[in-house]
Design a protein around this ligand. Structure first.
Ligand code: NDP
Length: 329
């Protein structure tokens, strides 16, 4: 088997040198275990946090340890009562071509529900993040304005579409013309703003003539500062991610924009998708239903070749991906 381990901890932006590829024998499964062959693996922004030696909600990767994360594979050997050879399963074995893991710690993937890799995207971690963050915290109502940053990514494009399903007016912010064109032409976003090429404050004010009722924040930093200027009274802000800050080696003091939140009596609530684990089984069928009805669309950016996993991961920080970034092993 091949696997990527953490070779060193990055300072600031990670590079290929932080990863090392190892080739080893695959362990034979013991009682209760299965061996899997990876079909797809997920690269996600939160993995950047796990490369630091800092306490967080998920454990830091160890130097020399495999980079864990969501993967989908086929069972190739089983010593577990209910996992059969040929089954497709979702697990956390991460950046490995093959792995031997506890059969209890994987979940079956139903290939009839949707293409299997959607269990890592729209019907998996990122889709569920969009669903619960928006509906539980954002609670958009028909006619309200919902702004989403990181709008061309895995979470953001699902947020915008669910907000449309709920009857909101949706404004997406991304850093690419191609992403923004896709959001407005294919997904029906009402307005889009490019934070790299436009004057943010002016472009946002023009895109949100009635202010902002819900701001789903994936990026933080200056984009978020600009949205805060436009909040309406009782705005709701699901705080999902702060990707613009993940590679900043020296933290700036802050937060800077509390007066806006105070005077608009805004609610800001951080959340982690894992908090909603008990409710995944209500969300997945509803999202799968929207997919079947054509109300919800998804895009995947699939890089082929296990060896290219670090490249796929690094691309998240330069905005290479339109939709969910995956690696086909
Ligand atoms: P994306 O698919 O959105 O990929 C990351 C995107 O972020 C890039 O394509 C890029 O798009 C944008 N980006 C990168 N650097 C910056 C920057 N400096 N400033 C602004 N935008 C930047 O990733 P996900 O959809 O998987 O994740 C989106 C966010 O949600 C992340 O912050 C992630 O950590 C968070 N998250 C939180 C979860 C939770 O439980 N709270 C669960 C899952 C994700 P562009 O071209 O627009 O720059």
């Amino acid at each position: 088997k091949k696997r990527f381990v953490l070779a060193s901890r990055p300072e600031g932006m990670p590079t290929q040198d932080n990863f090392e590829l190892k080739t080893e024998e695959l362990e034979a499964p013991q009682d209760g275990e299965i061996s899997v062959e990876t079909l797809y693996l997920s690269v996600d922004p939160y993995m950047r946090g796990r490369m630091n030696d800092a306490k967080s909600y998920s454990k830091p990767y160890e130097i020399g340890g495999t980079l864990g994360g969501g993967s989908i594979g086929r069972v190739i050997e089983s010593r577990h009562a209910s996992r059969k050879v040929g089954d497709i399963v979702l697990g956390g074995w991460g950046w490995q071509t093959h792995a031997t893991v506890s059969g209890d710690q994987v979940a079956p993937v139903d290939p009839d529900l949707a293409p299997i890799q959607t269990a890592l995207g729209v019907l998996g971690m990122t889709g569920l993040t969009a669903y619960f963050g928006l509906l539980d915290i954002g609670q958009p109502k028909a006619g309200e304005t919902v702004v989403v940053s990181g709008a061309g990514g895995a979470v953001g494009m699902i947020v915008g579409q669910i907000a449309k399903i709920k009857g909101a007016r949706v404004v997406g912010i991304s850093g690419s013309e191609e992403k923004n064109r896709y959001l407005s032409e294919e997904l029906g976003f009402d307005a889009v703003v490019n934070y790299k090429t436009e004057s943010l404050g002016e472009a946002l004010a023009a895109a949100c003539p009635d202010g902002v009722d819900v701001y789903f924040d994936n990026v933080g930093g200056e984009v978020t500062d600009a949205v805060f200027e436009l909040l309406n009274s009782n705005a709701r802000i699901p705080l999902c991610g702060q990707i613009s800050l993940y590679n900043v080696a020296k933290k700036e003091p802050g937060p800077r924009f509390l007066p806006q939140l105070l005077t608009r009596t805004a609610l800001v609530k951080g959340f982690l998708v894992g908090q909603y684990q008990d409710r995944y089984s209500e969300a997945i069928p509803e999202m799968a239903g929207w997919l079947k009805e054509g109300k919800l669309k998804y895009r995947e950016n699939i890089i082929e070749g296990f060896e290219r996993t670090p490249e796929a991961f690094l691309g998240l920080f330069s905005g290479d991906n339109l939709g969910k970034q995956l690696v086909k092993a």
